[in-house]
Write a protein that binds this ligand. Structure first.
Ligand code: GTP
Ligand code: SPV
Ligand code: MN
Length: 581
């Protein structure tokens, strides 16, 4: 078992509460994985896919009422409600424990309790943090094995460090009325019941690496962010790393795995991360990033050889698919896959594409895959100090208002842009899709404390680092009147990144506007893409009256956080408002 007595005691107490038939300590071995797969094939928890075309690939169908994160059932439980802030649902810690422990009582009867030690970040990095997830879901175990460094090495590190985040999870009876995702940041603990899906259940991911970690990061002087990390080398041989904070299902995995367009020869791109980044100021005074994860839990719909060839190839072996459709050949199928025809939908029901009114794959269907299967995998993912960051992108889905790209004047202005960003909601969370909402730094569902304090923490990096990244806002999702995207996106986003890198190198031109610096059409490499004058006009200009309304709305949003909002942020906001006239 383990030499760590507090871990031993916790497992024992949890077993007393949840009353499992068996306890299994996970070591992370291949044998353990293969046994779990065999067992799940037997129970129907996994379905074997076509092993000739998709070797070692399996399908899992989650309960139809359990297909996405549940923000309304997610709580931050701090003694003082003000510390959780208006951005979070809050419950008093004692009341929360009582409420959720009542649901955990006896919930694992007839089941195996898995004890899953994991490490977020490279095993030998001083910035990595460990946790243990106790779960009764073998699907969660299989996913955690891909998404984290799971098993014996993590347990050894826990025994050395002496500390770990405790995550207790049970699928319960999957009743949405008995579903809670609760966080106790001061106790470094998480309790989640009633869901087996993604961020609700793989506790190393959003619960630990964002909500708990962001809380710790604030007191310890670092940042835990919902960001991709991508590396690039341009034809001049200059290497730059860029972070991108986009809300769920808004393009992190795709930008992190970007493939240069044919018209941009000589560019190389590699992935460090595609969902979460932990940021520290390095000994050189620069902001550096590690990816705490080891795998990708990515959106399947839209993945094709055209949009993202690397992702498409990467998920043809050793992949767990969740809630995709099936073809007659037993291959996985999803909207946007350019070949095959679905005959069974994500719920396992017969599907006829000709008459169907709903998608065959769930819009939030996902692949789970090891980062090492990415053709653009970089061994720098294992670098204990991470990579130095040149630029930070904030962005969202905005069919209107936000131009293709603009640059902040300075760090504090960049923080204001990140704080004020907004995006249309997506299928990654339960609720209405396509509604514009403010989502500061793409962290609305994930910041474990009061946003006003979080903005102050961001501002404080001016005093911590010698050289901070330049900050940008991007929007790949502008639409014309018919709802067609104005910008080709995907690999062509490198055209925007190329301008950003040139700006970082002090080369590229821009025009100054009230909201920041925008490229002129001639500043961006548009060779080989066909954009109408009208599209260019919309992508690379600001609409004064739309921006008046936008900046006013951002002002109201900041005000709604009350007296804790840093004055510097309000000043930056007022500056832009004044410049707009
Ligand atoms: P999470 O895993 O939920 O955090 O999502 P993500 O931010 O990693 O988003 P992802 O890259 O998986 O993209 C989500 C959806 O947006 C997919 O259907 C993509 O095909 C689509 N998408 C990504 N990038 C672009 C782009 O540049 N343009 C357009 N039009 N669609 C894009
Ligand atoms: C997101 O919703 O931002 C995801 C998927 O990355 S989940 O792991 O379910 O949170
Ligand atoms: Mn995400």
């Amino acid at each position: 078992m383990t030499t760590n007595t507090s871990l031993r005691d916790w497992v024992e107490q949890t077993a007393k509460l949840t009353r499992p038939d068996r306890i299994h300590w996970c070591n992370g071995s291949d044998i353990e994985r293969d046994e779990l797969i065999q067992q799940m094939l037997g129970t129907g928890d996994l379905i074997e896919l076509n092993q000739a075309t998709f070797p070692k690939c399996y399908l899992h169908r989650s309960n139809p009422s359990d297909v996405a994160r549940v923000e309304h059932l997610t709580f931050i439980c701090t003694p003082d409600q003000e510390d959780a802030g208006p951005n979070n649902n809050w419950m008093d810690p004692a009341a929360a424990h009582a409420r959720i422990d009542a649901l955990f009582a006896g919930c694992m009867q007839g089941r195996t309790m898995y004890v899953v030690p994991y490490c977020m970040g490279p095993i030998n990095s001083p910035h990595s943090r460990c946790g243990v997830e106790i779960t009764d879901s073998p699907y969660v175990v299989l996913n955690m094995r891909i998404m984290t460094r799971m098993g014996t090495p993590a347990l050894h590190r826990i025994e050395q460090d002496g500390t770990f985040v405790r995550g207790l999870h049970s699928i319960g009876d999957l009743d949405p009325d008995k579903r809670f995702i609760m966080h106790f940041p001061e106790e470094l603990s998480i309790k989640s019941i009633g869901s087996g899906y993604g961020g609700n259940a793989l506790l190393g991911k959003k619960c630990h690496a964002l909500r708990i970690a962001s809380y710790q990061a604030r007191t310890e002087g670092w940042l835990a962010e919902h960001m991709l990390i991508v590396g690039m080398e341009n034809p001049r041989g200059e290497v730059h790393y860029v972070l991108g904070a986009f809300p769920s299902a808004c393009g992190k995995t795709n930008l992190g795995m970007l493939i240069p367009p044919d018209t941009m020869p000589g560019w190389k791109v590699w992935t460090i991360g595609e969902d979460i980044a932990w940021l520290h100021v390095g000994s050189d005074g620069r902001l550096r990033a590690i990816n705490p994860e080891a795998g990708f839990f990515g959106v399947v719909p839209g993945t094709s050889p055209k949009t993202n060839r690397n992702a498409y190839e990467m998920i043809h072996h050793d992949t767990i698919f969740t809630n995709v459709a099936l073809t007659a050949d037993n291959e996985p199928w999803w909207e946007g896959r350019t070949s095959g025809t679905p005959v069974i939908d994500w719920q396992g029901k017969p599907y006829d594409k000709a008459t169907a009114t709903t998608p065959a794959a769930h819009p939030n269907s996902r692949f789970t895959v090891s980062a090492k299967q990415n053709p653009a995998y970089s061994h720098l993912m294992e670098h204990p100090e991470g990579v130095p960051i040149s630029a930070i992108l904030f962005g969202g889905r905005r069919r209107e208002v936000a131009p293709l790209v603009y640059e902040a004047r300075d760090w504090a202005h960049g923080v204001m842009i990140g704080a004020g960003m907004a995006s249309e909601t997506t299928a990654a969370a339960v609720g209405q899709v396509g509604v514009v909402r403010r989502d500061s730094m793409a962290m609305k569902p994930f910041c474990g404390y009061n946003f006003a304090d979080y903005w102050s923490h961001w501002l404080s990096f001016e005093g911590r680092a010698k050289q901070l990244p330049k900050v940008y806002h991007v929007n790949w999702f502008r639409q014309d009147r018919d709802g067609k995207f104005l910008w080709p996106g995907f690999g062509d986003n490198l055209r925007v990144l190329s301008w950003i890198i040139d700006r970082c190198e002090g080369r590229a031109q821009a025009k100054e506007t009230p909201i920041g610096f925008l490229p002129r059409p001639e500043d961006i490499d548009l060779k080989g893409i066909n954009l109408s004058d009208d599209a260019l006009q919309q992508l690379m200009n600001i609409d004064q009256s739309a921006w008046h309304a936008e900046i006013e709305d951002i002002g109201k949003y900041l005000e709604s956080y009350g007296t804790r909002v840093p004055q510097q942020l309000k000043d930056k906001h007022r500056q832009v408002q004044r410049a707009l006239g």
